[in-house]
Structure formats: structure tokens, C-alpha cells
Design a protein around this ligand. Structure first.
Ligand code: FMN
Length: 210
């Protein structure tokens, strides 16, 4: 009986401490539950890359806890870049490579993050997609050039799903065929890529230390 009387308050104190810890953890989880932000920026002169970007957005937006911002490279502002947890760049192939406008956007990412963070894209994800007029006429070069820039800036690059559309480096569409433009298969692959990118970015952020 004596033993119980001495021991009981100590157990209660321990229990109270544990409950307080659990409450703190739950409160912390609440903070971590702020949405993961993905910026999809694209350049498009004749609308094809914009269509692929819209499909990527659909896939990304299907992931719970993810907020997706779809912007042309000209519309994407400094704040959009700074606040993003992941950045996706869509480009048309221009002369076997990414377009000058897309390249300028990559340079702007470096400039913006260079000013706001010591380690540029460290802790953020990145991915690419493109459209081109003909088969095997620069799609790999365009995507690899953008991927190289993202890697240089310390982003973690997430590749594509390659259903049937040659999208291991990120989705692509050949738009000069018959009929021309972005077809349903291209869009389906882009949606799957968007979903994968958003899901993996969410998982990465959830596991990341603040
Ligand atoms: C200046 C210029 C250069 C191009 N160079 C290529 C090229 O090297 N390879 C290719 O397959 N298509 C090339 N194209 C075709 C575009 O990549 C294709 O039409 C693309 O889908 C356009 O995307 P957009 O509608 O988003 O502008 C070029 C188009 C332009 C305007």
C-alpha cells in the first residue's frame, strides 16, 4: 500500500509528460501540413506546350495536400519561384534545344534563388517536359539541357513515367504529325507524370527537416 502511494504520482507525472509530448507532435504535424507548392512554368508560342502543361497540372493537382500554380514563363513571378517546393518547366524544342525564353526562365530561377537561399535549389524538386515538331529532332537535348541546369542548381530531378511516349526524361509530344498537336496519349502520360512529380515532392517535403 505504501509502495503504491509513493509510486502512483510518479506514474501519473510520466503519463502527463508523454501526453504533452504527443500534443506537441500533433501540433507540429499541423504546421507541416501546409500545402506543398508546385510551380509549373511553360513557354508556348503556338499553344502546344501550354496544352501539355495543362495535362501535367491536372495530374499534379490530383494529389492531396498539393497546391499547383500554372504560369507562362513570363507570368511566373519572383514570389512564385521562392515559395515553390517543386518547379516544372515546359518548353518547345527550338533548333534542337530548349527555347531561349525557357532558358531565360532557368537563368531567372538561379538569380532569384541565388539571392534568397545559400544553396539555390537545395531541398526542392524539379522536372521538365517538351513538345517538338518532329520525332527525334531535339527533344532529348532540350530536356537534358534543362535537367542539367536544374542539377547544377542542386534541385532533385524527377523523371517521367514513359508509358508509351518516350517520356523517361519527362513527358514530350510530337506535334507536327497528322493530325497535328498534342494527342490523348501525350496528355495521359503528362497527367501521370504530374501525379508522380507531385506525390514524390509531397513525400520528400513530408520527410524533410524544417
Ligand atoms: C524557331 C523554331 C524552331 C523549331 N525547332 C524545332 C526543332 O529543332 N525540332 C523540332 O522537332 N521542332 C522544332 N520546332 C517546332 C516546335 O518545337 C513545335 O511546333 C512545338 O510543338 C511548338 O510548341 P508551342 O506550340 O508550345 O510553341 C521549332 C519551332 C520554332 C518556332
Amino acid at each position: 500500500m505504501e509502495f503504491r502511494r509513493a509510486f502512483y504520482p510518479r506514474i501519473m507525472l510520466k503519463l502527463a509528460k508523454r501526453l504533452a509530448l504527443v500534443a506537441l507532435l500533433i501540433a507540429g504535424a499541423g504546421t507541416a501540413a501546409s500545402p506543398v507548392r508546385i510551380l509549373i512554368a511553360y513557354h508556348s508560342q503556338t499553344g502546344n506546350t501550354a496544352k501539355l502543361a495543362a495535362a501535367v497540372r491536372e495530374g499534379a493537382a490530383s494529389v492531396a495536400g498539393v497546391e499547383v500554380l500554372l504560369r507562362s514563363v513570363d507570368e511566373a513571378g519572383t514570389e512564385d519561384i521562392v515559395k515553390s517546393d517543386g518547379i516544372l518547366l515546359g518548353t518547345p524544342v527550338h533548333w534542337g534545344n530548349l527555347s531561349a525564353e525557357s532558358k531565360r526562365f532557368l537563368d531567372r530561377i538561379g538569380e532569384v534563388l541565388g539571392k534568397t537561399s545559400k544553396m539555390l535549389g537545395e531541398g526542392r524538386t524539379a522536372g521538365v517536359f517538351c513538345t517538338a515538331g518532329s520525332i527525334s529532332n531535339g527533344q532529348e537535348m532540350a530536356r537534358l539541357a534543362a535537367i542539367a541546369a536544374f542539377l547544377d542548381m542542386r534541385f532533385i530531378v524527377i523523371g517521367g513515367v514513359n508509358d508509351e511516349g518516350f517520356g523517361s526524361l519527362g513527358p514530350q509530344a510530337v506535334t507536327g504529325g497528322s493530325p497535328p498537336g498534342v494527342n490523348d496519349r501525350d496528355r495521359a502520360e503528362a497527367r501521370r507524370f504530374g501525379e508522380r512529380f507531385a506525390r514524390l515532392t509531397w513525400q520528400f517535403r513530408a520527410g524533410a527537416k524544417p
